[in-house]
Each structure stands twice: as C-alpha cells, then as structure tokens.
Design a protein around this ligand. Structure first.
Ligand code: 13P
Ligand code: SF4
Length: 332
C-alpha cells in the first residue's frame, strides 16, 4: 500500500536511531535495521501485527494488516498466527482479544488508551439503560470491553449508518460519541436517537473558525472530515467519513488538493501515497497523543518479548462483550 522509498526517505531510514532497551542498555540502530529485525522476529515467533492507520508510517510498513477500526476488527477475526500485536490503542487490542480469545494478544505501549473510550463506564450506562429500557444500545467500538458487555451492538465510524438502519428497533441509545451519533441520526430520520454528551476531545476541539482559516489558505481544496468532528464542522465538509473512507475518497478523487479533518497522521500518509496531490491538515489540534505514543521501538521491544503488555481478560467479559462485536460483523 505504501510507496517504495525515495531518496529522502532512504536518508531518513539510515539515520541512526538511539533507543533505550528495557534492560537500560543504550543501542544504536537505524529505523531500517529495527524494521528488518521486527520482520525477522515476527516470522520466527508466529506473530501477526495489526496497525491502525493513525500509527506512524514506519510501523505501518512492518504491519500485516492496516486500516480503520472496522477493517482491523474483521482482519483480527481471521488471523491464524498464535500471537497478535495490535499497534493502536487499548480498546482495539481488547477487540482483538475478544475475537481471538485463544491467541496471545499484545499492545506495544500499555499506556495507549483512548480518551473517548474512558469517558463512560458500565455503571453509568446501566443507569441510563434503566431510563430507556426499550432502546437498543449501540456502542461505538471506542468503548471499553467492560462497557461492551451490556451493549447490544457495536459500530465503527465506517459501519454506523448501515448498522443502525438494519437494527429492527426504531429507538436507539447511541454511546459514547454524540457527534458520530448526530451524524448517523441525521441520515436515518425515521428512527429516534438518544445521545449522551461524550466524544473524542481531539476531533471535537476543531471549530468552524479552524475550517474558515483552512479554506481561506487553500480555497481550491476539498474538506474531508471524520464524523467525530462536531456537526457544525461536518456541515462545512465536502465529505464526511471514517479514516478509510477519507483515504479512499482522496486517493480516488480527480481533485488535487484536500484539507484533512482527522488525525494529522492521515494527512502525512496520504501525501506519501499520492505525491502528485496536496494534503493540508485542518488544524494542529488534530494530534491524538495516545495514538502517537506507540513508537517503532515499543513495537520492536514487544516483538522481542521485552516490552508491551499481554491482554488478560476474564472469560465472562470476553463472552459478553463478544456478542455485540459479533452482531456488528453480522450486520456490517
Ligand atoms: P476509525 O473508526 O475511523 O478507525 O476511527 C477510530 C478513531 O479512534 C478515530 O478517532
Ligand atoms: Fe480516541 Fe480520539 Fe484518539 Fe481516536 S483520536 S483514539 S477517538 S482519543
């Protein structure tokens, strides 16, 4: 998927990269050397690497599967290796473990959480469910495994509209992202949606002034935004869609310039994929510190068995949370 290296990239790849191993020993390796070691070790140790599109390019280059959270959950359900490393944030690694309970699933950086997934817990949603007993609870996949155990169906940003249309109940309690929920509700006016005030603080921080500024700077560019942005920002966009939706739109479009309204890594990846087009970020606020916190060295240490964390989940949580993920894959 990613282009072969050009001259500048080769220089960058041969730059020495100093890192601190878990045993406190300083080593000097180039990015290319670390990548080659990861490729060698993952084969030797029967490891499959999945990486979300928001990860750094040097991580995506050594991954077996890359994509948005929906694609990764479908890919994860088909992996045959006995070990899986999910380079992304914790709820994504949890999803892998739920779908492959007999496999060893690891997260390279145990601190990589998701600010949205941590907003709502099982106790809160249990209370809300009591208020709305006849509503189907639709959980964005950016939720903890524990919360998923009491939800009816999961969705991702790329599958939410399609799945909510297929749900037989006309009453939907959509958690936790009210921006994605509003985007879905607007496209299914015949259903009644209850939304809670949660969401991604990174995408929600972008405002209409940011859009005006970016459009003024790049008047010929199309604006592509993620539905985690506010409805007012989404209303000013030429296209609203998931990470993969945005990437596919830009790659296949005849247009030459795009303002990217999602995590800044996507602007960088698209620029490498389409060197004849120009990509601008909508706002510098669109940097997710959690997604950025996993480095190639974290992944290397995890592949070596000297870093990262193996996900351990009890059988009941896996069994109960799996129901709503299976339902997502069935309806999606
Ligand atoms: P996608 O569902 O588009 O992969 O998005 C995941 C995410 O965390 C966006 O902030
Ligand atoms: Fe979570 Fe937002 Fe980061 Fe996505 S961008 S992982 S929703 S905090």
């Amino acid at each position: 998927m990613y282009k072969k290296y050009n001259f500048m990239e080769t220089i960058e790849k041969n730059n020495a990269h100093m890192y601190n191993t878990t045993k406190g020993v300083l080593k000097m390796m180039t990015i290319a050397q670390i990548q080659n070691e990861i490729l060698r070790l993952k084969k030797e140790k029967d490891i499959c690497i999945l990486a979300h599109s928001y990860q750094a390019r040097e991580i995506l280059e050594v991954a077996d599967y890359t994509g948005d959270s929906y694609k990764l959950s479908v890919d994860a359900s088909k992996v045959e290796n006995k070990n899986i490393i999910m380079s992304g944030v914790r709820f994504m690694a949890e999803t892998c473990k739920i779908l492959s309970p007999d496999k060893h699933v690891f997260i390279p950086n145990p601190d990589a959480g998701c600010a949205m997934a941590d907003q709502m817990d099982r106790e809160l949603i249990s209370r809300v469910k009591e208020q709305y007993p006849d509503y189907t609870v639709v959980a964005y996949i950016n939720t903890t495994a524990d919360l998923k155990t009491i939800c009816d169906v999961c969705v991702t940003s790329s599958s939410a509209v399609e799945i909510c249309k297929k749900i037989e109940n006309d009453k939907i309690l959509f958690i936790p992202d009210c921006n994605l929920g509003a985007f879905v509700a607007a496209q299914i006016p015949d259903k009644e949606f209850k939304l809670l005030s949660g969401g991604c603080p990174i995408h929600a921080a972008v405002n209409t002034d940011d859009v005006k500024r970016a459009k003024q700077l790049h008047p010929d560019a199309e604006l592509l935004v993620h539905p985690e942005c506010t409805p007012r920002v989404a209303a000013m966009a030429d296209y609203v869609g998931s990470t993969s939706g945005i990437m596919n739109y830009a790659v296949n479009s005849d247009k030459k310039e795009f303002i990217i309204g999602t995590e800044i890594s996507i602007q960088e990846h698209l620029q490498y994929m389409c060197p004849d087009k120009s990509f601008y970020y909508l706002s510098q606020k669109l940097i997710c510190p959690n997604m950025r916190s996993t480095t190639l060295v974290d992944l290397y240490n995890c592949v070596k068995g000297e870093g990262g964390e193996e996900l351990v989940m009890d059988e009941k949580t896996i069994r109960d949370a799996k129901k709503c993920i299976d339902e997502m894959i069935r309806l999606g």
